[in-house]
Each structure stands twice: as C-alpha cells, then as structure tokens.
Design a protein around this ligand. Structure first.
Ligand code: ZN
Length: 260
C-alpha cells in the first residue's frame, strides 16, 4: 500500500490523523503523511507524532466528537520526527525513540509549520526566479538546494553577468508582488511535456510517471513539480540576492534569501 501524500493535496494542512502500516529498521511508514520527504531540492519536514492512548484501533478518545482535532492524541505519547526520506518507493519517517511503536498504531501527525511555510515561500520564489532566468537568458538551472535561510541555484552561463542577475531578481520581485495565484493539477505526461521549459527546475523525471503534477504560477511559470507552494505569490515577499560564485568553466552559482 502506498502512502497517501497529504501535502500534495493541501500544502497548508499542518496536522492529520494516520496509522502506522509498517515498521522498518530505520523508521516507520504511515498510511497517510503530512510530512514532505526530501526531494527536488526541498528539505523534508520535521515535526511530531502522537501515538493515541492504547495505541490500537478503536481506542481513540472521542470525548468531543465535533472537536476531534483538538482532542487528538490526548493522553498519547509524543515522538519527534527528525527526517523523512523516500527509499525503495516507501516514505520512511525517522523517529526518535520509536522502539515502542507498532504496526497498526493510530497516530496524530503535526509538522513544524514555521519551517515548512518558509520552504513553501522559498520554493515558489525559486520557480519564479528560474522562470525569469529561462525567459530572459535561456538559463537552465542545473542544481538547486532550497533552504529555510537561503537557496542555492547552479546554472550554466558563459560569463557571470551581475547586471543580468540583478535584472532577473528585480523582475522576479515585481512579479511576486503582483499577487499571482498558484495552482496545482495533474496532466498526462505527453501533454505536459509539450509545455516549453516544464522541467527546467525539476531535473530528470522518472520515466515511469504517466501523469505529472503541474504547478502553475499565474502566467509566470508552469512546471512539473512535487513540491509544496504558497497559494499566492504575495506570500513570498521579496527575493534578496546574496552572492554569486564561479564554479568552474561555465558553472555559475548564486545564493538568495527572502526578506522576512
Ligand atoms: Zn519546484
């Protein structure tokens, strides 16, 4: 059974109910997860899970049926989720002190929202900037690492051009401030691949994917992407250029951050 990826359905959800479906030596697999796993240059979520009191099905305390969310995990034990990774097709949650967790345990998941939201803003900013670099200079991003504090882009460019980068960042900030809506939907692979630059930041896509998740930012960017994004570009704020580096013959690297 594949884990249902709740963060793809609603990137603003911070909590969810789930069940442990498998315990592996390195961690646990859940039927549903709200935890983003490290992929596409976006770091994973961290957070907590609470094992419901009793730990078995049917033991959930439901004193306030209408208020299950606030009551979830009452009396349960809390664990720290320090890392989430995909391995052999499974989403594995690395949990501290997990020795007493079992298959079938009902849990309540909660992510570190401050961290996630920063990464959502950063991810949307990265798409807007990458799109503008592509449109204005046919620059393709060859590597990227999103961070809470700063983000790194690697790309090919013959001579590093400060003015070009400044113009791109200025235009990206202008676009962000216009309040473009961010939409996600899925398309058959063949149809998606007809869109110019649809994989400019995501890198190579696994050939097995028959449908692609598309993230569309107003008229600015359309991209095959599995990341979490904000709903409106105004939430991002402003990109601040930090530094540029030469990393070999044609390889250039920049770092940028977001205004708080
Ligand atoms: Zn992305």
């Amino acid at each position: 059974m594949d884990t249902q990826l709740l963060f793809l359905e609603d990137s603003y959800a911070q909590e969810a109910q789930a069940k442990i479906i498998e315990i592996l030596p390195e961690g646990a697999v859940f039927d549903k997860t709200i935890f983003f796993y490290t992929s596409g240059g976006q770091p994973c979520d961290t957070g907590t899970i609470i094992k419901k009191a009793g730990g078995e099905k049917g033991s959930i305390i439901k004193e306030n049926a209408g208020d299950e969310k606030n009551n979830a995990g009452a009396g349960g034990k809390e664990y720290f989720v320090k890392e989430v990774r995909k391995k052999d097709g499974k989403i594995i949650h690395f949990i501290e002190g997990a020795h007493d967790l079992q298959e079938g345990d009902e849990i309540f998941e909660k992510i570190d929202w401050e961290k996630r939201y920063k990464l959502m803003r950063m991810h949307t900013a990265a798409h807007v900037l990458a799109s503008i670099m592509f449109k204005q200079g046919k620059i393709m991003i060859t590597g990227n690492q999103l961070g809470e504090e700063k983000t790194r882009f690697d790309f090919n460019m013959q001579n590093y051009d400060t003015q070009f980068m400044q113009k791109c960042i200025g235009d990206a900030n202008e676009a962000l401030s216009q309040g473009h809506k961010v939409k996600t939907y899925s398309l058959p692979r063949e149809e998606a691949m007809k869109i110019e630059g649809v994989v400019k930041l995501a890198g190579a896509l696994p050939p097995s994917l028959t449908r692609l998740r598309i993230v569309e930012i107003g008229e600015i960017d359309v991209q095959a992407d599995g990341g979490t994004h904000v709903k409106n570009t105004r939430e991002v704020g402003k990109i601040i250029f930090e530094k540029g580096e030469n990393k070999g013959k044609e390889n250039r690297r920049i770092y940028f951050k977001l205004e708080k």
